[in-house]
Design a protein. Structure first.
Length: 295
């Protein structure tokens, strides 16, 4: 009997629950850090599945950003509709990322537009703490994350941000010059609460802000084979003058249904480059309109 996806996911969850323990099945031996060796060679799709998730399951801490987009780099239509950009396999993938995270983070704008539940209802695994980054505007207290009690929920706000809805825990973090929560301060505040594995699920401006701040360890972009022609952009970083200055992270790509997932590893050098781009652009006079902002 060969290893299938369901059995592989059970193994991944076991590693996630106790990454320091030895994990050996009749098919696979998992090494520290998420590497693995096959006692019986799995099917190629199962091997890719283990390669994708085991390093995250074994990691004591990470900050991972994920975006789903069209071929022309849009995460939603101009009016905000985005529900069918990516196929069901990528939706399952996001639920698995939630199951491997301590905290799933979205901006208040995404929460208002999509009213996401941010749980792991499509896959086995425990739902993470749901973290909403408050923007400058008022919160909509009727959102499901604030009312459904399906998982712990935390509001991250700045000193000038809105108060938390009744019964919702909140933490206040430092703001940048535009009044938005600093990504590094958000990560630090979550880790102080024991939430070390952080999944930044969206939207595009929030993931871009975390990337520009140099706090992402991994960036995953799932590209769907469709063209929207216009709409809300995915990653938005400050302009550069030469292609040589672009971020070129290591990584790999793999099919995910009809889509293609780009799994990018952001080394310290890439994170430093992102921070340098941010500093260079925001220090230039007269360019405030092009700065990265957090919703």
């Amino acid at each position: 009997m060969t290893l299938d996806i369901d059995a592989a996911w059970r193994l991944i969850l076991a590693v996630h629950a106790d990454p320091e323990a030895s994990h050996t099945t009749e098919h696979v031996t998992v090494h520290p850090g998420g590497g693995w060796a096959a006692n019986r060679a799995p099917a190629p799709e199962v091997a890719a599945f283990l390669d994708l998730y085991l390093p995250l399951a074994a990691a004591p801490a990470f900050v991972l950003g994920h975006l789903g987009q069209s071929l022309d780099g849009r995460i939603a239509c101009s009016g905000g509709h985005s529900h069918t950009i990516n196929d069901a396999p990528n939706i399952d993938h996001m639920h698995r990322l939630r199951a491997l995270a301590d905290a799933v983070v979205v901006g208040a704008g995404t929460a208002r537009a999509d009213d996401p539940r941010l749980t792991t209802r499509r896959v086995a695994g425990t739902s993470p703490t749901r973290v909403i980054i408050a923007g400058r505007g008022p919160l909509y207290e009727g959102l499901g994350v604030f009312t459904d009690h399906a998982a712990p929920t935390l509001l991250v706000r700045t000193p000038e941000g809105p108060a938390a809805p009744p019964g919702i825990d909140a933490v206040t973090v430092a703001a940048d010059e535009e009044g938005h929560a600093r990504p590094a301060a958000v990560v630090a505040a979550l880790r102080e609460r024991g939430l070390a594995r952080v999944f930044v699920e969206g939207g595009g401006r929030l993931v871009s802000a975390f990337l520009a701040a140099g706090v992402l360890d991994r960036l995953q972009v799932c590209v769907a084979p469709l063209l929207l022609g216009s709409g809300i952009p995915a990653v938005t970083l400050p302009p550069i003058e030469h292609v040589d200055d672009a971020l070129r992270p290591a990584g790999r790509w793999l099919p995910m249904g009809r889509d293609m997932l780009f799994d990018c590893v952001l080394s310290p050098a890439h994170r430093d480059a992102a921070r340098h781009q941010r500093r260079s652009r925001t220090s230039a006079p007269g360019d405030a309109d092009s700065r990265i902002t957090t919703p």
